[in-house]
Design a protein around this ligand. Sequence first.
Ligand code: TYD
Length: 141
Amino acid sequence: MNTKTGNLTQCGIVEFPKVSDDRGSLTFLEAGHHIPFEIKRVYYSYDIPDVDSVRGAHGHKKLEQVIIAMSGSFSVTLSDGFCEKTFHLNRAWRGLYVAPGMWRLVENFSSGAVCMVLASALYNPDDYIRDYDAFCQYVRA
Ligand code: TYD
């Protein structure tokens, strides 16, 4: 195992506060309380054309993320180069924490799905590994 990266057991579903009343529901995320890193960037995918669309399909070296289905649903398959696990996201009050050194595949988008990602760093193409074999070599080095 590459000690620079994490492993799959560190990844998992985190639940956020949800306040519901007859006007609907509200979820809040506070720095230092609900997200296990300082949020440096937020991005989101939407207008996904169909259920066959695939996003992600890359690894990150150092980036930590929390992925949230703000609307609709999709699945996220994570691999640490040794094991993989699939998580189904379909609630805005739940997120998937993704440790450093994970390959991710985001797919099975429902109609109208919005995939929001909270990230621990600004966009950096050098943190990406876009070839799965190269990713496995990196994490196994
Ligand atoms: P891409 O990595 O293909 O998205 P996904 O992880 O959902 O498959 O990114 C699509 C494009 O957007 C690509 O040209 C890089 C750019 N991009 C940014 O400029 N900033 C960002 O924060 C992100 C996530 C992507």
